[in-house]
Design a protein around this ligand. Structure first.
Ligand SMILES: Cc1cc2nc3c(=O)[nH]c(=O)nc-3n(C[C@H](O)[C@H](O)[C@H](O)COP(=O)(O)OP(=O)(O)OC[C@H]3O[C@@H](n4cnc5c(N)ncnc54)[C@H](O)[C@@H]3O)c2cc1C
Length: 458
């Protein structure tokens, strides 16, 4: 608490109550990290219970020029919630209620720290559907999903979080409370501040409430697993599926090194397949069956060796196990993992995978890769031993990866954001003029630069 005078601490405690201010070193460290495992302690952890408290804390930080870092569930993969410059870590965990599910307007109104999975379950009980499905949904918060514009396997058919955000209540770094958008699906009154806030990584405003669009729950779902001899064949199958005009709800690709890691992790023999596609279809039962047949035909035409079809929830869960076990399985193959979620135009996926094989050879690194092939969004994991030399090779490989992705017409991040972890690479993607414009937008929201400083910009 070195940067805080006793007077400041007393003011914070007066706003939220002493029980909701943490100064012990355990808390400062525990709240100082996220999914990246990078860590920097906050000076204070503050747990507000109302939007008015959030606003009062923001005002205090703005007056005293103290960094203010919003935090949801702390699962972020770009260090966005890590308080790299100290200050107040604002945990929104007490704002965790589903306020309303309106079946006529087809909206849910939620506080920011509702867990994504809890919201999905609550609306599905009523025959409704909230599609965004990050793999972290059992922990991640809606506020964090909005701040990162989180996606997931269903992004191919249903898009990412931003498509479902109709309106927001948010606190500006100056302490003003604003309302953007509303309960309507159409709205072109003034600038679209909702969309601007989505994906802004907690640097423009603190989201304190969200109005989310819901859909009717699809009547039926089926999952096809297709096994291929290698990843280039699987990539060609993605092309074939798109040409067959099938729109699966998910189109996930797992490459050979990732399959091998999962097999080892589960104590199974090495896999026969060199790559796998998991293709989920949803809609009316007849349409789903017809599409499943077209998917199978398209994969067979490029040489798929084996198929499995799952119709019941239990069967689908069994096939999805491969995808769920990827994270723990990869952790066992090397201690250092640079986690990237690059995107290339869909048509360039075969080129991307050919490049990844070269990348692994040239830099002597492991590159198990998998992800949302339908979106061209591939999680490229650069993995090495934990030595200074190996870490340096991994960093060079990462730089090389980003240069190639930009050359292919792709982007550095599709879901995880820039945070501070990818900030050094921003200039590979954006021009100085574009970065300067973004900084002017940031200054309009946050004239004193107190909200989540050190994020996004190099
Ligand atoms: C195992 C694992 C799997 C993952 N899979 C996916 C995936 O499939 N798809 C995907 O998109 N991501 C994935 N992620 C990344 C992460 O879960 C998402 O980015 C998620 O949206 C972060 O939510 P959170 O609540 O944990 O946010 P945090 O990590 O707490 O914060 C993330 C950012 O949001 C800001 N923030 C949080 N709450 C607010 C708020 N109320 N107002 C303003 N800013 C706020 C923070 O300042 C920070 O910049 C995965 C992470 C893990 C660990």
């Amino acid at each position: 608490v070195a940067v805080f005078s006793p007077d400041t601490l007393a003011r914070v405690e007066a706003i939220v109550g002493a029980a909701y201010v943490r100064t012990d070193s355990d808390a400062l460290l525990a709240y100082g990290t996220d999914g990246t495992k990078r860590r920097a302690p906050a000076d204070l952890v503050v747990l507000p219970g109302t939007v008015e408290e959030v606003a009062a804390i923001a005002r205090l930080c703005n007056e005293s020029r103290v960094p203010l870092v919003p935090r949801g569930a702390g699962t972020g993969y770009s260090g966005g919630a890590v308080p790299t410059r100290g200050g107040i870590l604002l945990s929104l965990e007490r704002l965790n209620r589903i306020l309303e599910i309106d079946e006529r307007d087809l909206v849910a109104v939620v506080e920011p720290c509702v867990t994504t999975g809890d919201l999905q379950e609550a609306v599905e009980h009523r025959g409704l559907f909230y599609p965004p499905d990050p793999a972290s949904l059992a922990q991640s918060s809606i506020g964090g999903n909005i701040a990162e514009n989180a996606g997931g396997p269903r992004g191919f058919k249903y898009g990412t979080t931003g498509r479902y955000v109709l309106g927001l209540e948010a606190v500006l770094p100056t302490g003003d409370i604003i309302h953007t958008g509303g309960r309507t699906v159409k709205n072109v009154v003034g600038y679209d501040l909702t969309s601007l806030t989505v994906g802004s990584e907690g640097t423009l405003a603190v989201v304190t409430k969200a109005i989310l669009r819901l859909l009717p729950k699809p009547a039926h779902t089926a999952l096809v697993r297709a096994d291929f001899s290698d990843v280039s064949q699987a990539a060609r199958a993605v092309d074939a599926l798109l040409s067959a005009r099938v729109v699966p709800s998910t189109l996930e690709l797992v490459d050979g090194p990732s399959l091998a890691a999962v097999a080892r992790h589960l104590g199974e023999p090495p896999p026969a397949a060199g790559a796998v596609l998991l293709i989920e279809l949803d809609g009316q039962p007849d349409a789903v069956e017809e599409e499943a047949a077209r998917v199978t035909d398209a994969c067979r035409a490029v040489g798929a060796a084996a198929f499995q079809l799952a119709r019941t929830a239990a069967e689908r869960q069994a096939l999805w196990r491969l995808r769920r076990e990827l994270s723990p399985a990869l952790r066992e193959i090397a201690p250092v993992k640079l986690n990237n979620d690059i995107v290339v135009p869909r048509g360039r996926i075969p080129e991307l995978f050919a490049f990844l094989a070269r990348l692994a050879r040239e830099h002597d690194v492991l590159v198990p890769s998998f992800g949302h092939a339908g979106d061209g969004n591939i999680h490229v994991n650069i993995m090495v031993e934990d030595t200074p030399d190996a870490r340096a090779r991994a960093k060079q490989a990462e730089q090389h990866l980003f240069e190639e992705v930009v050359r292919l017409g792709g982007v550095l991040s599709g879901e995880h954001g820039i945070g501070f972890v990818k900030a050094p690479y921003l200039r590979l993607q954006l021009s100085d003029d574009e970065i300067a414009l973004m900084k002017r937008i940031k200054a309009a929201f946050d004239p004193n630069g107190i909200l989540n400083p050190g994020k996004i910009f190099p």
